[in-house]
Write a protein that binds this ligand. Structure first.
Ligand code: MG
Ligand code: MG
Length: 322
């Protein structure tokens, strides 16, 4: 699918991608389109939600009415279009996969996250910090199993694994998901959430529809882990617990019909809004493709991050078995 007509300057989104080792070019395929949109969605959702992270829905209503612009600010005092750890950890992980011939390996991921932490990111989760410090001491890239480490920190950065593992078996994909997740979050509830998100992204990239994905992935997760049931009551003010996070994301995602409505819905729930925004954005990007992303959001997103997302999505698709 060509992008011409859906995205216009000043955006530097390509309509063709260079092929490895030569000047020949090919148009953006539907797979690449959805992969790029998932990456941009992750970053846009992160930037959108960060303005209202840790606020309650009432506080958001009082300050913004409905929050729907990449306006920066928030408790991190971000610039317009600036992203947080959700996006920058995903990019660090993706880079480590690319430097490792497309393979997802725990040690490479741990080293990438450690380098990311040394570069003083704008924010960092407690579980991530604690287990990266443990890695520095031990050199062992897998955190000890813990029933308490069920935060959303492994889920928020999992997108590169979904792209790198396209065309691989379910068992290989699950092993890759866990290799990256267990660097900081060694927990069965977190694993189940991460795996579900990866398979959802892959389903949408393959062209599956909402209803199929709802039953095959989201309801199936809630069947295996009843805590994840998301058709009970509205999940407002979601915490950093991965169950809260995915309940809010699934409600917003499956009860809206556009990229914009999904992201506006989820971030206005407040709480860990940058992370619900990032995860919902990744799913909605994969589901609705580049044409679904509002231009004003693409224009407002930090240009370096925008280019980084597009480049990494293309490189991961190029290195996958698709
Ligand atoms: Mg964040
Ligand atoms: Mg957060």
């Amino acid at each position: 699918m060509l992008l011409a007509g859906t995205l216009t300057p000043p955006l530097s989104l390509p309509t063709k991608m260079p092929q490895p080792g030569g000047a020949a070019q090919s148009i953006i395929t539907p797979t690449l389109n959805r992969a790029m949109a998932a990456y941009l969605g992750l970053a846009i959702g992160d930037a959108l939600g960060a303005s209202v992270e840790f606020m309650t829905p009432n506080e958001i209503r009082h300050q913004f009415g409905v929050h729907r612009e990449l306006s920066g600010g928030g408790w991190l005092r971000l610039k317009t279009g600036q992203v947080t750890d959700d996006t920058t950890m995903a990019l660090a992980l993706g880079e480590s996969i690319l430097q490792n011939d497309g393979k997802v390996e725990a040690l490479a991921a741990a080293r990438a996250f450690d380098a990311w932490m040394r570069a003083k990111p704008v924010d960092i989760g407690n579980t991530v910090r604690r287990n990266l410090i443990a890695f520095r001491r031990s050199g062992h890239p897998e955190a000890a199993p813990s029933e308490h480490d069920a935060g959303n920190g492994a889920a928020m950065r999992v997108l590169p694994v979904a792209l790198a593992c396209l065309g691989q078996s379910e068992a290989e994909t699950i092993a890759a998901v866990r290799a990256q997740a267990h660097v900081t979050h060694h927990n069965a509830i977190s694993d189940a959430g991460c795996e579900t998100l990866v398979f959802m992204v892959q389903d949408f990239i393959a062209g599956a529809n909402d209803v199929e994905v709802l039953h095959r992935r989201a309801h199936a997760l809630a069947k295996r882990f009843p805590a994840y049931a998301f058709r009970t009551r509205p999940r407002l003010n979601p915490s950093g617990y991965v169950v809260d996070t995915l309940q809010a994301v699934f409600q917003a995602f499956f009860d809206t019909e556009s990229f914009e409505d999904c992201l506006v819905d989820v971030v206005n729930r407040g709480g860990d809004a940058d992370t619900t925004g990032a995860i919902a954005g990744m799913l909605a990007g994969a589901r609705y493709g580049l044409a679904g992303i509002p231009k004003r959001w693409l224009n407002a997103l930090d240009p370096k991050i925008r280019e980084g997302c597009l480049h990494q999505a293309a490189a991961l698709i190029g290195s996958s078995r698709t």
